[in-house]
Design a protein around this ligand. Structure first.
Ligand SMILES: CC(=O)N[C@H]1[C@@H](OP(=O)(O)OP(=O)(O)OC[C@H]2O[C@@H](n3ccc(=O)[nH]c3=O)[C@H](O)[C@@H]2O)O[C@H](CO)[C@@H](O)[C@@H]1O[C@H](C)C(=O)N[C@@H](C)C(=O)N[C@H](CCC(=O)O)C(=O)O
Ligand SMILES: Nc1ncnc2c1ncn2[C@@H]1O[C@H](COP(=O)(O)OP(=O)(O)OP(=O)(O)O)[C@@H](O)[C@H]1O
Ligand SMILES: N[C@H](CCC[C@H](N)C(=O)O)C(=O)O
Ligand SMILES: [Mg+2]
Length: 487
């Protein structure tokens, strides 16, 4: 059994009361899960303070408490460890407890506002095709070689990350691709992990409810690159205005990719169609089944990362052309009456603009584009009017509806979205609170060759209203409705 002092290796300790040589069973940061001989780490959260639950953890049999502020009474037989940052300590002890699993595989973190899931998933696909045992930690799912688990977060808590990485070690996984969200970095979920590389996609408006300003959001992302070791690569999009900022203080090998700017890896879009993209990458032509110019960036990042991780140019290009789409990202069907329905996870202004522009580039003038979109509740409110404006400006007709309202009133969210619509575009808009009804109306309005875009929820298979989740799958719903309506 592992001893408390062993898992405290590399943790900055302020004081210890009690015996550090006690054997520990498990680590918990939620008092409700504490069992006999577990270590409880008290973390200050956004809703409450883990220090308030130290007593509960003691009552449930904790052998040790790790905290920033010592409790006023100590219980005999329990060891108390004081540290300056419990969230950081949690990440380090999680890594120690699972035998530093991130050092036994090549771990690549992907960060940025949009494109993380796409790049991580396709790198997983590519390395699997290349014959390696591969792991994935993403918004959509977690995969350990070929075993899948549902994902709860884009970047899970540090304990969960290390647990999955340890399972990957046992399964002989050589490469793992993980999404690194700004919440994840800020809450120290990725602290202490040994990265072989980091990829920066782009930085646009999102999460300004959580981060106090855009520059704070940017600096959190930058800190991920600041902390990469010099053995790693830092691969950034040089066309994004924040790309160079990510590289400012990194010790890692600096590598850039771009479509427009000067960069180490460059690509050119030769053709952009509904069936895919024809790209020129490093003077070689390659056809990929992904749609939209934003995906040219994703493909280029994947290509560069593959090379940096040791694949040959020929191998990388061959596997690129075999990649299939990612669930809920520009996932489309064509109905019997030739209506195209696209489901896409665009839930930020930039993503929505990109997807709408992609469709507008591809469609002909007499095909209508009907967009169904909403915004999540209990999340950044400032993006709502911006998304409303973009949706109305770039569509023939828009139906504003609910995304996941969570604890908020759905009608209020829709009103906030509508506030951004330009007066001249107002006549194009409708508001239907029920997402299913909104999708149905879009199907009823659509005629032969028209395009329906259902944005915001992508792969999600639920809708959360007033804190309650019910089954909801945009793709299945639109598919069934088009059949039911005989369209
Ligand atoms: C706002 C946010 O990020 N919250 C995350 C945070 O919870 P919190 O700080 O609010 O926790 P809290 O409720 O204040 O509790 C504080 C501490 O007391 C403990 N506690 C609490 C109650 C109790 O009885 N006993 C007890 O010990 C809790 O376990 C916690 O350690 O830490 C938790 C554990 O890691 C996360 O599960 C939780 O994610 C919530 C569910 C969430 O919705 N997060 C979203 C916003 C998120 O993280 N999203 C990003 C993606 C964003 C993107 O880029 O698109 C992601 O990576 O998924
Ligand atoms: N490189 C890109 N640049 C801009 N927009 C993109 C890019 N890649 C994907 N998108 C758009 O963003 C949406 C979300 O893509 P993806 O799921 O890959 O991003 P993500 O960064 O993982 O998002 P999340 O923060 O929710 O985890 C896509 O459905 C598409 O509309
Ligand atoms: N990772 C993002 C997902 C948003 C998806 C959208 N459907 C919503 O529910 O707001 C977040 O937690 O902000
Ligand atoms: Mg994601």
């Amino acid at each position: 059994m592992i001893l408390l002092k062993d898992i405290l290796y590399k943790v900055t300790l302020e004081s210890v009361t009690g015996n550090p040589n006690v054997p520990v069973n498990n680590i918990q940061f939620d008092s409700r899960l504490v069992g006999l001989n577990d270590v409880f780490v008290a973390v200050k959260g956004t809703q409450s303070d883990g220090h308030a639950y130290i007593k509960n953890a003691e009552d449930q049999g904790a052998i040790a408490i790790i905290c920033e502020e010592m409790p006023s009474n100590f219980v005999n037989g329990i060891t108390y460890v004081q540290t300056s940052d419990s969230a950081r300590a949690l990440a380090i002890i999680a890594s120690n407890y699972y035998n530093t699993p991130s050092e036994n595989l090549k771990l690549v973190g992907i960060t940025g506002t949009n494109g993380k899931t796409t790049i991580a998933t396709l790198l997983y696909q590519l390395f699997t095709k290349a014959g390696f045992k591969t792991g994935l930690l993403s918004t959509v799912k977690v995969v350990v070689a070929d075993k899948e688990y549902p994902a709860t977060h884009t970047t899970p808590d540090s304990l969960t990350i290390n647990k999955y990485l340890s399972e990957m070690n046992e399964a002989g996984v050589e490469y793992c691709f993980m999404e690194v969200s700004s919440h994840g970095i800020h809450q120290m979920r990725t602290e202490g992990l040994h990265f072989a590389g980091g990829i920066f996609t782009n930085l646009t408006h999102d999460h300004l409810d959580y981060h106090s300003s855009f520059s704070e959001y940017r600096d959190v992302k930058k800190s991920f690159f600041d902390n990469l070791p010099k053995t790693a690569f830092a691969l950034v999009n040089a066309d994004d205005r924040n790309g160079q900022i990510m590289l400012q203080n990194t010790k890692a090998k600096k590598v850039t990719y771009a479509l427009k700017s000067f960069a180490d890896y460059r690509a050119q879009i030769l053709e952009n169609q509904f069936s895919g993209l024809l790209l020129k990458v490093n003077e070689q032509e390659v056809w990929v089944k992904l749609i939209g110019s934003f995906n040219a960036y994703n493909v280029l990042a994947i290509y560069a990362a593959s090379e940096l991780l040791g694949l040959s140019q020929i191998e990388a290009l061959q596997y690129l052309s075999e990649l299939t789409s990612v669930s809920g990202r520009f996932q489309y069907l064509i109905s019997a009456k030739k209506i195209t329905a696209i489901v896409d996870y665009a839930h930020t202004p930039d993503a929505l603009k990109n997807v709408l522009e992609t469709i507008n580039d591809i469609r002909t003038k007499n095909e209508n584009l009907i967009t169904v979109v909403g915004c999540g509740g209990d999340r950044d409110r400032t993006k709502r009017p911006v998304m409303g404006k973009i949706a109305a400006a770039l569509s023939s007709k828009v139906i504003f509806t609910s995304d996941n309202p969570r604890s908020e009133n759905p009608e209020t969210i829709i009103e906030e979205i509508e506030k951004g619509v330009e007066p001249l575009d107002y006549k194009k808009t409708l508001a239907i609170t029920s997402r299913k009804q909104a999708i149905k109306t879009a199907c009823q309005l659509a005629e032969e060759n028209d395009i329906i875009l259902i944005a915001g929820k992508g792969h999600e298979t639920y809708q959360e209203i007033m804190g309650k989740r019910t089954d909801f799958d945009d793709y299945k719903i639109v598919q069934e409705l088009l059949i039911e309506l005989n369209k």
